[in-house]
Design a binder for this molecule. Structure first.
Ligand code: GDP
Length: 697
């Protein structure tokens, strides 16, 4: 079978996302006042009870119903394409879903323009496209604000426009003059060219009267009227049959309705002569009318699609240079960029970077340890009583028999052990991990992902989880491999020489920094004022040791803050002269040239230790952490972005960026139009062969 209607319905659904008046293919819009039997008609056409019921009408959104004839199918199947719900065979569930979808519109809004789309496939249904319109008719009577009434009317008017066909439902037991459905249809279709009148409940009136209604000339419709019985009395709420309403539902009720209608029409055959009656005939009529109307819309729609496609293609060329883009492509491009940048990182961020990262941190620790253990004694103590117990740093360079001097011996051993036992494993692992995370952030900021906060966070998470998985084992490994240095450190001459240079540089830099802080302080306070307060503080100290008398007025004018600054200045000056002393000793003294004199040159020795610890650490960090990261990070990205994201999530992600959104949407529109065009062209081709063959061949 050529099945024109079905293909046209497909095209119609395809085009539904594009709002364009010229591209609308007809559908059958069902209207009827409450209790006219509107739901019963729709259900008799479908052969299933699926519409939500309630004394208070519950249709708040248009229901766009697509019926697909599936001759071979064993069961009726419903689906909600927009909700991605397929293969529903339980129609009570369908009813519930429709009810919920309607109820999702708040009562005060009354109505929503957003249609519910449902497709039902069954061997019993014809290929049809129907719309169940919400409370248009009720609104006329209801006591509702004007603004709301207007909104409802606008929505309904749009559906009632050509080329749609109007199915106006009226009940036989109500005078046609009072039919709200006919009244509404006459407004939209004054010449009665696109309206089919359906008269329900013809079993409730005398057959002769029913025939009169169906053949009336008072409200003429080009497509005429169809009389139906859409409920068998025993399945009726009010019916007094053997079974209660509840007991007979679904398919059983459908069979009863069909039988009852069939029998009734057969029994009154003569009376109904010359009229169209029965739901079967109604279905046939709908198919015919829809097909004819579809066929008439074919060419204009074809032209409209063609024009729209030309326009869209032009825009696509101008704006995006015909560059194809889908959400998946966009995502894949970005992830590829990340992977590429990670590969580059693996060349750039290598041993050298690792080394300076860790060595700098250890240098800082050395400075801290020196300050804490060596540089914390005022060196004027030389002549004081304590000198015997706590030798002055100045003495350090003068020691001749170093082996005799337990004090300095112990000091260096303790300091070295503080350095090697500070937790180098965790320290270096954290440093490298954090540095890599920062690198990853920089990489992301160089891609389009910078415009996607969620994706940015996801990339960071991926990096974190890869690094995190290795953190403890790496830290342990590093700690284990530097363990020997905690007990014994062998240094070669060459290493000593290098460390001597390092120590000189380190001290020089420390002097520079100290100087900078001191000068800033001077600038802040003013050189003279700072000098005054320093002089005062020095006098005060001498006074405390009993060397000098202090005039009590001298403190006047110095704020607490200023005194504090003065103390800072004294500290900095002391530290500076101490550093300079150590700098010149480390750099120039003969002693510091030899590794045997390590107790006199702790700065050099500690640097040598730090260098050893560093190079051993990076060996393991390189293997355990870095190589692992460069290998697993791209895989983790794939997992996070390709395996775990749904199609919608990828689409939502890509569309976060407005420019990408526009690009993708234009491409989608173009694809859709191309698809619709090729479909409509094949339908046109079929139609041509059909016409060439002549009718009914
Ligand atoms: P709606 O409010 O327009 O959707 O109307 P319904 O389809 O719910 O029908 C209203 C009432 O009329 C229900 O009680 C139906 O059982 C009953 N009804 C519908 N069609 C017929 C019919 O052809 N004959 C009879 N006797 N009752 C019907």
């Amino acid at each position: 079978m050529l099945n024109l209607t079905r293909q046209m319905i497909e095209i119609r659904n395809l085009l539904s996302s594009i709002n364009h008046d010229g591209m609308r293919l007809p559908s059958i819009v069902v209207i009827g006042s409450q209790s006219s039997g509107k739901s019963s008609v729709l259900e008799a056409i479908v052969g299933q009870e699926f519409l939500p019921k309630g004394s208070n009408m519950v249709t708040r959104r248009p229901i766009e119903l697509t019926l697909v004839n599936t001759p071979e199918a064993a069961a009726d199947i419903a689906s909600f394409p927009a909700l991605k719900m397929d293969n529903l065979t339980d129609f009570e569930q369908v009813q519930k879903i429709l009810f919920d979808l309607n109820m999702a519109v708040p009562e005060h809004e009354c109505i929503s323009n957003d249609p519910i789309q449902i497709t039902i496939r069954s061997p019993r249904v014809p290929d049809l496209s129907l719309v169940d319109l919400p409370g248009y008719i009720q609104v006329e009577a209801a006591d509702q604000p004007i603004e709301l009434k207007n909104r409802i009317r606008q929505l309904c008017d749009r559906y009632l426009e050509a080329p749609n066909i109007i199915l106006a439902i009226s009940a036989a037991d109500v005078d046609l003059a009072n039919s709200a459905a006919l009244r509404a249809s006459r407004l939209a279709d004054p010449r009665g060219e696109r309206t089919i009148g359906v008269v329900t409940k013809i079993d409730l009136v005398d057959p002769k009267r029913a025939t009169k209604i169906l053949t009336n000339k008072k409200y003429p419709l080009r497509m005429g009227y169809v009389g139906v019985i859409t409920k068998a009395p025993s399945t009726n709420k009010g019916g007094s049959g053997l079974f209660s309403r509840k007991a007979i539902t679904g398919y059983q009720a459908y069979v009863m309705q069909q039988n009852f209608e069939h029998t009734y029409l057969k029994e009154n055959k003569e009376d109904f002569y010359g009229t169209t009656t029965g739901t079967r005939n109604l279905k046939k009529k709908l198919m015919k009318v829809l097909e004819k109307s579809m066929a008439a819309s074919l060419r204009p729609t074809h032209m409209a699609i063609q024009q729209e496609l030309e326009e869209t293609s032009y825009q696509f060329k101008v704006e995006f240079n015909d560059r194809p883009l889908t959400p998946e492509m966009y995502l894949a491009n970005n992830i590829d960029m990340l992977k590429l940048a990670t590969k580059e990182l693996s060349h750039d961020f290598s041993r050298r970077e690792l080394k300076s990262l860790i060595k700098n941190a250890l240098d800082q620790k050395i400075l801290d340890l020196m300050a804490e253990r060596y540089w914390n004694k005022p060196f004027t103590l030389q002549n004081s009583k304590n000198a015997a117990i706590e030798p002055d740093l100045k003495e350090l360079s003068q020691i001749t028999n170093i082996n005799d001097d337990i004090y300095w011996h112990k000091k260096l051993d303790l300091t070295t052990s503080s350095l090697t036992k500070l937790g180098v494993g965790r320290l270096s692992t954290s440093l490298v991990s954090n540095a890599l995370l920062t690198e990853v952030e920089n990489i992301v900021d160089n891609t389009q992902l910078k415009n996607h906060p969620m994706a940015k966070a996801a990339v960071k998470d991926a990096a974190k989880s890869v690094l995190g998985a290795k953190y403890y084992s790496t830290a342990d490994q590093v700690e284990n491999c530097i363990k020997p240095y905690k007990y014994e450190i062998e240094i070669e001459d060459r290493e000593w020489q290098a460390s001597k240079e390092n120590a000189v540089t380190l001290l020089k830099e420390e002097i520079r920094q100290c100087d900078e802080v001191y000068n800033n302080l001077k600038k802040q306070i003013g050189g003279r004022k700072l000098q005054q307060v320093v002089t005062y503080l020095e006098k005060l100290k001498q006074h405390q040791t009993g060397d000098v008398d202090l005039n009590s007025n001298e403190a006047l004018g110095f704020s607490h803050n200023l005194i504090q600054r003065g103390q800072d200045a004294i500290f900095l000056k002391d530290r500076l002269s101490l550093l300079k002393m150590r700098y010149s000793i480390v750099k120039n003294s003969k002693k510091c040239k030899k590794k045997e004199n390590k107790y006199q040159c702790p700065e050099i020795f500690l640097d040598a230790v730090a260098s050893k610890v560093t190079s051993t650490s990076i060996l393991f960090l390189n293997v355990e952490l870095l190589s692992d990261f460069y290998y697993n990070f791209p895989r983790e990205l794939d997992m996070k972005f390709f395996n775990n994201l749904s199609k919608e999530e990828i689409e939502n992600f890509a569309k976060e960026d407005p420019k990408i959104k526009r690009h993708i949407e234009l491409q989608e529109r173009k694809d859709l139009l191309e698809n619709a065009l090729s479909k409509i062209e094949s339908v046109l081709a079929i139609q041509r062969t059909k016409t060439n063959l002549g009718p009914d061949k």
